[in-house]
Design a protein around this ligand. Structure first.
Ligand SMILES: Cc1cc2nc3c(=O)[nH]c(=O)nc-3n(C[C@H](O)[C@H](O)[C@H](O)COP(=O)(O)O)c2cc1C
Length: 363
């Protein structure tokens, strides 16, 4: 069994790894450039990139669009031929404005999760930018593909299967997370592979299946390839890199996190979120945190009755305040030191290839 290069929107990357999008202001142009120049796919996050703009609170959409333009152009200038995309959460307000804007930029894909982006192809008509989505069950993949096929005659550039060990918002309910009542990433990949078959035949295309959530090393990656994934999406591992755009204190929180420090909490998006336990999570055990302002960031936010404001708390921590929200994946405790993106990629690929070679005879 061999690792195959990954093709997205008619471009090929050497290594089938996607650097996952991380908001707020964690995965921007520096991490994206390093990812592309290390032979993997890069994702800039569209979650409040304009957070530090002085007009952000007054005009968040304009600030975010200006910041996205800056980050995309900068990343593209550093890697003309790399595969570059933007992660745009479907739960975000003004999704249509952001998607229409992104469809005109020099990127290869828009990938949307945090809800089902049933309408994404609408904004991509006539654009060279391709759409992709993130799901957490074979059932959701079926709904998405059926809808895009019927409504738009359109297929995704790839599908990310995100499992229960991922970072940020999770695609499972609070109850599922509490009871351990969720499918493994392996099962989601296997089910999704089954679902795409019929559409791959109908459109005579290959739809790459990417497995994300808890892929830390080459063995984790090999496990996903063995169950049929065409590649993996990795986010947490890339936070503690010299090139990651976020402040040093956030990187240090990830490096310092022990297994017990990684917990799930409720997000105002109505989804569980995985975080590093800190001042904020301890405070939330006692009472809610009043928000200081509102930029109307999430469609589903029940403004009057939220435990905290996600933009305020995540934006604070990614700007240097360790008392804010620290989103992370479950395997943060395995991140031990700062490193360069290229070293991490080379190590993961080396170990993955070795694992696949050694287990080849057993498959
Ligand atoms: C700090 C952090 C922020 C994230 N932000 C987003 C986001 O804004 N939108 C999104 O769709 N996924 C987000 N994710 C999920 C990642 O893109 C990725 O799919 C997932 O974390 C992969 O699992 P891993 O972190 O274990 O590698 C975030 C993850 C982390 C760790």
């Amino acid at each position: 069994m061999n690792l195959k290069p990954l093709t997205i929107n008619d471009k090929v990357v050497k290594f089938p790894i996607i650097q996952g999008g991380m908001g707020i202001r964690i995965s921007l142009n520096k991490l994206a450039s390093a990812a592309m120049n290390s032979g993997i796919v890069a994702t800039i996050s569209a979650a409040q990139p304009g957070f530090l703009n002085k007009n952000f609170r007054k005009n968040p959409v304009k600030s975010n669009i200006e910041a996205l333009k800056y980050e995309i152009d900068k990343a593209r200038a550093n890697s003309k031929n790399g595969i570059l995309g933007v992660n745009l959460m479907h739960a975000a307000t003004h999704y249509d404005e952001y998607a229409s804007f992104l469809a005109k930029q020099d990127i290869d894909f828009i990938v949307s999760g945090a809800g089902l982006p049933l309408d994404l192809p609408e904004y991509l008509a006539g654009s060279k930018v391709k759409g992709a989505f993130i799901i957490s069950s074979g059932r959701a993949a079926r709904i998405m593909l059926k809808s895009w096929d019927r409504r738009y005659n359109y297929m995704p550039a790839f599908i990310v299967c995100e499992g229960p060990l991922a970072g940020g918002h999770l695609g499972f309910s609070k109850e599922q997370m509490a009871n351990g009542d969720y499918e493994s990433l392996e099962k989601i990949v296997i089910d999704t592979k089954e679902v795409v078959k019929v559409y791959e035949e109908k459109y005579n295309i290959k739809i790459p299946i990417i497995a994300g959530g808890g892929v830390h090393d080459g063995h984790d990656m090999a496990d996903m390839i063995k169950v049929g994934a065409d590649g993996v999406q990795i986010a947490t591992r890339f936070i503690a890199t010299y090139e990651c755009d976020v402040v040093e204190s956030y990187k240090q929180m990830i490096i310092d996190a022990k297994e017990d420090d990684v917990v799930t909490t409720s997000s105002p998006a109505g989804l569980p979120g995985r975080v590093v336990r800190n001042f904020l999570t301890k405070t939330l055990e006692k009472h809610n945190l009043k928000r200081q302002y509102c930029v109307d960031c999430l469609k589903s936010c029940n403004k009057k009755d939220i435990p905290y404001c996600i933009t305020e708390q995540l934006g604070n921590s990614t700007s240097g305040d360790n008392k804010g929200l620290i989103f992370t994946g479950a395997k943060a405790y395995l991140v031990e030191k700062m490193d360069y993106v290229e070293n991490i990629v080379n190590e993961i690929i080396r170990d993955c290839k070795l694992d696949l070679k050694l287990s080849g005879g057993l498959l």
